[in-house]
Design a protein around this ligand. Structure first.
Ligand code: UD1
Length: 418
């Protein structure tokens, strides 16, 4: 049996929380280390379960990895193995980001199709189309992406959708290709900017960083570097929304507030007072939150990873909120769990309509993915009684020191093993 949390509702969260590096950045930066031969050092790495899992993937490719608190040191071999097998990658989706670096270094890659969160079908067609545009042959064979190329040649690639993963894989393949690659409709998430910055530190030539057009001029080789991982805006946003839901007062440190610009504006619409600092923000909420409509979109839109928290906030706000999910089609599974907690919510296609009630009522609930798990804990904080949140290893994958942080802010939470 898996661990569960017992969350007692009623506390107003107050205090200061420091967020570490972003999960969605560190895993890609670890993969990027394969692009050079030698020792890469990452600092501000989050202490989450996915980091040792990614270390296992890299070790399977011949690297040696040392994790020491928030410092990850990766020593990559001259020629990495090009085969990431199912045992290594099955547990988490981000493992597919070794595809681009392996193509760049070895001109061949066999990467088993990954497992991951239950938030909808997650095809790799754009990753493959990008590699093909660079001259590679790529197919799915026996449960693996199998790609190879004699040479990777720069090309103009227009993405159908600004996919985070496809942008990363194409970028990491293009940095060691011959000639110039232009990626149009590229993702612009802060984690993509972080990856570009690390690649530039390694010697890559990339223009248009942070825009929807990335221009990559291939170089002969890259050198290892030391890099500080960008702060986790999703963890930061989770604490900010938790402050508003519990009518609390929380200062969040460790990310530039521009990385959460729209989320903070929406909190202001809900009635919160938000102060922005260079490396963080403070959210204070006195009265019952007001309903706010939210539509998820690629950055700088509202992050899909904070959609469960937006629904949690809507569930106890005054009035009716419309939440539209535009990124992952099956991400509303969470709403069924919210209904167990008494939320007045229903879904229709990619819309959820939530009519706020005064208080949720405790119940046993199940996490289906990292963010849904955190969203359910936040809901438990505003329910009467003790909410049991099951399958919390999802939360361990993305939220370092979750219960310690929550307790330090005054939340009542207990982990029950097994
Ligand atoms: C990453 C994040 C995830 C976040 C998501 C969107 C990591 C490890 N995960 O996931 O937390 O929620 O970005 O911000 O960084 N798609 C295709 N074909 C493709 C690729 C994607 O159809 O080849 C679709 C997906 O099914 C999805 C949408 O594009 O509907 C967005 O996916 P994408 O941006 O690629 O997300 P991930 O990189 O998987």
């Amino acid at each position: 049996m898996s661990d569960r949390y017992l969350v007692t509702g009623g506390a107003r969260l107050a205090g200061r929380v420091v967020v570490g590096g972003a999960k969605n950045s560190v895993l890609k930066l670890m993969a990027a280390s394969l692009l050079a031969h030698g020792r890469t050092v990452l600092t501000n790495a989050p202490e989450i379960a996915d980091v040792p899992l990614m270390a296992q993937v890299l070790e399977g490719l011949g690297a040696s990895v040392q994790i020491d608190g928030d410092r990850v040191t990766i020593d990559t071999p001259e020629v990495p193995s090009h085969h990431a097998d199912f045992e290594a990658v099955k547990q988490f989706r981000a493992s597919v980001c070794v595809l681009g670096p392996l193509m760049a270094r070895c001109r061949r890659a066999v990467v088993a199709l990954p497992g991951g969160d239950a938030i909808g079908s997650r095809p790799l067609d754009m990753h493959q189309a990008g590699l093909r545009a660079l001259g590679a042959h790529s197919a799915i064979e026996h449960g693996c992406v199998v790609a190879q190329a004699d040479d990777l040649i720069g090309a103009q690639i227009g993405l159908e959708f600004p996919s985070v993963g496809a942008t990363e894989n194409i970028l990491m393949a293009a940095v060691l290709a011959d000639g110039v690659t232009e990626i149009d409709n590229a993702a612009r998430e802060p984690e993509i900017v972080d990856l570009c910055e690390m690649l530039i530190e390694m010697g890559a030539r990339i223009d248009g960083v942070g825009t929807e057009t990335l221009i990559v001029t291939g170089v002969e080789r890259l050198s290892p570097t030391s890099h500080h991982v960008v702060g986790d805006r999703i963890v930061a946003g989770t604490w900010g929304i938790a402050a508003a839901m519990t009518r609390g007062d929380v200062e969040v440190v460790g990310i530039p507030p521009q990385h959460l610009a729209l989320v903070l504006t929406k909190l202001e619409h809900a009635g919160a007072v938000v102060d922005r600092f260079e490396d963080g923000f403070r959210v204070r909420q006195q009265d019952r939150p007001r309903s706010v409509n939210t539509a998820t979109l690629p950055f700088p839109g509202y992050p899909t990873d904070l959609q469960p928290m937006a629904i949690g906030l809507a569930s106890i706000s005054e009035g009716m909120s419309l939440i539209t999910e535009n990124v992952f089609e099956a991400r509303f599974r969470f709403v069924e769990e919210m209904v167990r907690l008494g939320a007045d919510a229903r879904t229709d296609g990619h819309h959820a309509v939530v009519r706020g009630i005064d208080q949720l009522s405790c119940a046993p609930v199940w996490s289906s993915d990292i963010r849904a798990g955190a969203g359910l804990v936040l809901a438990g904080l505003v329910a009467d009684g003790v909410t049991e949140v099951h399958d919390i290893e999802h939360i361990d994958r993305g939220y370092p020191h979750f219960e310690e942080n929550l307790r330090a802010l005054g939340g009542e939470i207990e982990r029950v093993r097994g």
